[in-house]
Write a protein that binds this ligand. Structure first.
Ligand code: SAH
Ligand code: SF4
Ligand code: F3S
Length: 486
């Protein structure tokens, strides 16, 4: 499964953790100072780093890919599992010598770990100068200036409104084809195992105009795929009454109705049939028939849904506070198959060894996987997070070896299912969006089909951003291989 995760070229929360971190690329616009950012965790963090780079750029910083050249180092961190936090602490210790040699260097911890640990981080990690939570990035230049004068600073204020709608992200690590657009922030779901509601605050949706205009600009610049991002994109809701109050003048294209996720999908899909639209992550409770019919209606909305189940057992789902049970989830999957057909990609997240999970309950996860036949999944063993409902109410009583053995079993199952699903594509002709050279060979190109699968084709007279029709000729559990037919 490790291979599967590495082969998939999307930055899902989990994949991002599997690949550790991404650094900034060199963006040189002749500014005086240099910023180096490493991003960990989920796509929201990667997207936030682009906002941070933009805020810093307006305050005199270009980005660099070499931390030795940097005046400021930011780690945009994740708290989702204990291991994620351990990774950051190790990374901070690696910067110790650098900081000793150059005391004027500013080191900042941003993101979810900053939000969770606040001032404590300054006490525990002496190297850190600024600690800034996900809703306080506008304050970064100010805090960094403070640090330059020797004043350490913390801002972990969580907002009910901040969406950074007016900030044009600096596209970091971009291939010029795919871009992320964050459409909402925060999470109100309170799954009992999860730290995100505490680190990201309350749910709020971004003004649809600013989303559509960002997507339009990206298309004009040559981008061909946008990923609409949020912790629960399908609970996106923007109401003009709530949001127009603060506005003095009415904009030309003002929306007068409440905008739900399926409306927003439609608005972005209408920009151009050549602009592919994806979204992540959807909570099963909000994946309505309207969303499914909208996906069906537009060829350029990708036929792929990431629909994390977490467990296949209803008692465990209840303890997890997921608000659906096994049957309800399976009904949603049947509806996806009915409306979008067998070819629609479905993927999941799963947790093994949640508090009190029995062997039989673990078997329910395996049987559910067999029924749904996921194309791929991101799988974890349960890691207790301080302050969460589960940490307060339940005992983390499944021994680590058992959690890990159950995890190995679902990974094995998923590997078989991924292969089975990929084999169904053999002989089919699919539209592929080319993203560039394949990682393995310069004589191959890499693209994706609508169902989010990586497709490798021989090099030819095509460029990244082109659409080509490809006949699928071979596959592995992680990848499809094909030849261009037109
Ligand atoms: N908002 C997304 C999930 C974001 S976190 C959603 O609900 O779909 C990404 C994944 O990390 C979760 O789906 C879950 O499978 C996993 N995860 C979250 N908390 C965890 C924990 N305490 N231990 C292990 N895995 C966890
Ligand atoms: Fe966490 Fe649940 Fe919110 Fe996802 S929906 S971020 S798992 S609380
Ligand atoms: Fe991690 Fe925060 Fe994302 S905890 S998964 S970086 S929302």
């Amino acid at each position: 499964m490790e291979n599967i995760i590495k082969d998939i070229d999307i930055l899902s929360p989990e994949e991002a953790q599997a690949t550790d971190y991404k650094t900034t690329e060199e963006v040189n616009t002749g500014k005086q100072k240099k910023l180096y950012i490493e991003s960990y965790g989920c796509q929201m963090n990667f997207s936030d780093s682009e906002i941070v780079a933009s805020i810093m750029k307006d305050n005199g910083y270009d980005t660099t890919s070499d931390f030795e050249q940097a005046d400021v180092i930011f780690l945009n961190t994740c708290s989702i599992r204990d291991k994620a936090e351990q990774t950051i602490r190790k990374r901070l210790s690696q910067f110790n010598t650098l900081k000793k040699n150059r005391p004027e260097l500013t080191v900042g911890v941003l993101g979810c770990m900053a939000e969770r640990l606040k001032e404590k981080l300054l006490d525990e990690e002496k190297i850190v100068d600024v600690v800034v939570g996900p809703d306080a990035y506008r304050d970064l230049p100010n805090l960094v200036t403070g640090a330059e004068f020797g004043n350490k600073g913390v801002n972990t204020f969580l907002s009910r409104e901040e969406t950074y709608a007016d900030i044009a992200p600096v596209r970091l690590n971009s291939n010029g084809v795919n871009a992320m657009i964050s459409i909402m922030r925060g999470c109100d779901n309170m799954c009992s195992f999860c730290v995100v509601p505490f680190t990201r605050g309350r749910e709020r949706s971004r003004d649809p105009h600013s989303i559509v205009s960002e997507a339009r600009d990206l298309f004009a610049q040559g981008y061909r795929e946008v990923m609409l991002l949020g912790q629960n994109v399908d609970s996106y809701k923007w109401s003009p009454e709530e949001n127009n109050k603060a506005r003095l003048s009415k904009k030309e294209d003002e929306v007068s109705e409440v905008v739900h996720f399926h409306h927003l999908l439609e608005m972005v899909a209408e920009i151009s049939p050549l602009l592919r639209v994806r979204f992540s992550t959807s909570h099963p409770k909000d994946i309505t028939d309207e969303v499914l019919y909208t996906i069906k209606k537009y060829d350029n909305i990708c036929k792929y849904i990431h629909l994390p189940v977490q467990s296949g057992n209803s008692r465990i789902l209840e303890l997890m506070n997921r608000t659906y049970d096994r049957d309800w989830y399976l009904e949603r999957v049947s509806k996806i198959r009915e409306i979008l057909g067998e070819e629609c990609g479905i993927s999941s997240d799963m947790i093994t060894g949640f508090c009190s999970e029995t062997e039989n309950e673990h078997q329910d996860t395996l049987t559910l996987m067999d029924i749904v036949k996921y194309d791929f999944s991101y799988m974890f063993f349960y890691s207790e997070r301080p302050g969460t409902l589960a940490a307060k109410k339940f005992e983390d009583d499944i021994p680590l070896e058992v959690k890990k053995r159950r995890l190995a079993e679902i990974i094995e199952k998923q590997s078989q299912l991924s292969y089975e699903r990929n084999k169904l594509d053999l002989g089919k002709i699919q539209e592929i969006l080319i993203e560039g050279k394949s990682k393995r060979s310069n004589e191959q190109l890499k693209g994706k089909n609508s169902a989010n699968k990586v497709v490798i084709i021989p090099d030819g007279p095509y460029q990244k951003g082109d659409y080509v029709m490809v006949k699928i000729t071979d596959c592995s559990p992680a990848t499809l291989f094909g030849e261009v037919v037109s």
